[in-house]
Design a protein around this ligand. Structure first.
Ligand code: S3P
Length: 444
């Protein structure tokens, strides 16, 4: 995984992008498909699974706890689940690589099993805060020995039977929400999560699909109240994973900013809790047309036709942030090429992703000659109205083990005057294997 040698890459201006590409399966849905299948009684089938490093980390951990997971030659995955409550004591540390989603969701799963497990991760993951899940899971009875600051490596001991809780999310986080719901699966009675600001709802949709007793209501203030009845029996499913809207954001923005481009990005999941980027781009004047709209695996999906567009800066409404939280790096690249000013606020969560994305994007864009202003939780960008980024020499960017930083500056490279050299694009394999080939096929 990230013990691999760094993989430097240079991205340079190209002619118009044309053709059709398909992005790999949705990362969030892929993790959940494996985890819920591993807890079902019987054999589930998954097609379209993201075969990226993060998802492989989840699969390896589930295997270490007794699930049988296999891939056939056609790319169909089969998972033989152990049943809720049936996970086995792992004999090895669970190596999470770069994956925050694997770590936090599996911590939830383990919290209500009487098992002890150690979680380790790469340099990026070992800096990320785990107290946000430790806190509610400890209330349910799990015990934690984290590294200083609530970080990995961390050892935990789950409790069975655990104690059901009602938990109001202090941060808008689908990972924290899902961790508590997963713990609730093997906890007697009702576990409840109150979510003041909606975040991606894949866990809720899929748990219902697997037969869990899960309800979603709204309180008077519009908060979502999600209740799950524990000691559930999950039924095996056939799952089709749609393409990842987060990965699709990169070719879509490339098509918008490279002059003369006209491309189609196929099979993009457009769950409303994930599609904020596309709303914002449209409001900036992006020419995006949805084709072949359909439902895949219970999620809305479409092919997106993208034509080069003259974008205009925008004030991004802060309440949209949780619905496009992973897309701000690539939105900032689009904003740099727009006419006028873009302001995005309410972005404090960007500082605790695979890197401090607010700082890395602000520094990198500034080095490319873009006028940016960074505060604790906002970024203001003066767009260059189509003028190429950077100067007469190649601009070097350090991606700090963050796949989305690497991909964002790769796209910026396509509209640079002299090219952008990224120190290491190997982390792209966590979420979007084949990224460089996909761009090359659009440029060919
Ligand atoms: C994810 C939730 C988000 C997102 C991450 C995937 C998920 O994290 O950034 O890439 O699958 O639940 P937070 O819950 O920390 O916002």
């Amino acid at each position: 995984m990230h013990e691999m040698a760094p993989l430097p890459a240079l991205f340079k201006a190209t002619g118009p992008l044309t053709g059709r590409v398909r992005v790999p399966g949705d990362k969030s849905i892929s993790h959940r498909a494996l985890m819920f299948s591993a807890l079902a009684v019987g054999s589930s089938r998954i097609v379209g699974l993201l075969e990226g490093e993060d998802v492989h980390a989840t699969a390896a951990a589930l295997r270490a706890m007794g699930a049988r997971i296999a891939r056939d030659a056609d790319g169909v995955w089969t998972v033989d689940g152990v049943g809720v409550g049936g996970l086995l004591q792992p004999e090895v540390a669970l190596e999470m690589g770069n994956s925050g989603t694997s770590t936090r969701l599996l911590m939830g799963l383990l919290a209500s099993h009487g098992l002890t497990a150690t979680f380790t991760g790469d340099a990026s993951l070992s800096k990320r805060p785990m107290n946000r899940v430790i806190e509610p899971l400890a209330r349910m009875g799990a015990e934690f020995t984290p590294s200083p600051g609530g970080r990995l490596p961390l050892t935990m001991r789950g409790l069975s039977p655990a104690v059901p809780i009602e938990y109001r999310l202090p941060v808008a986080s689908a990972q924290v929400k899902s961790a508590v719901l997963l713990a609730g699966l093997n906890t007697p009675g009702i576990t409840r999560v109150i979510e003041p600001v909606p975040t991606r709802d894949h866990s809720e949709r899929m748990l219902q699909g697997f037969g869990a007793e899960l309800t979603v209501e709204q309180d008077a203030d519009g908060a979502r109240i999600i209740s799950i009845r524990g000691e559930a029996e999950l039924k095996p499913q056939a799952i089709e994973v749609p393409g990842d809207p987060s990965s699709a954001g990169f070719p879509v923005v490339a098509g918008l900013i490279v002059p003369g481009s006209d491309i189609v990005v196929e099979n993009v999941g457009l769950n409303p809790t994930r599609a904020g980027l596309y709303e914002v781009l449209r409001a900036m004047g992006a020419d995006l047309t949805l084709q072949n709209e359909r439902t895949v695996g219970g999620e809305p999906v479409a092919d997106i036709r993208v034509r080069h567009s003259r974008l205009t800066g925008i004030e991004v409404p802060p309440d949209i942030a949780p619905r496009m939280i992973d897309e701000f790096p690539i939105l900032f690249v689009a904003a740099s090429m727009a006419k006028g000013r873009t302001v995005a606020r309410g972005l404090e969560e960007l500082r605790v992703k695979e890197s401090d994305r607010l700082a890395l994007m602000a520094h990198g864009l500034a080095r490319l000659g873009v006028s940016v202003e960074e505060t604790a939780d906002s970024l203001t960008i003066e767009g260059r109205d189509g003028a190429p980024l950077g100067g007469n020499e190649v601009t070097a960017i350090a991606a700090e083990l963050d796949h989305r930083i690497a991909m964002s500056f790769a796209i910026a490279g396509l509209v640079s005057s002299a090219g952008i050299a990224i120190d290491d694009i190997s982390p792209v394999a966590t979420s979007c294997p084949g990224f460089a080939d996909m761009l090359a096929s659009l440029a060919a």
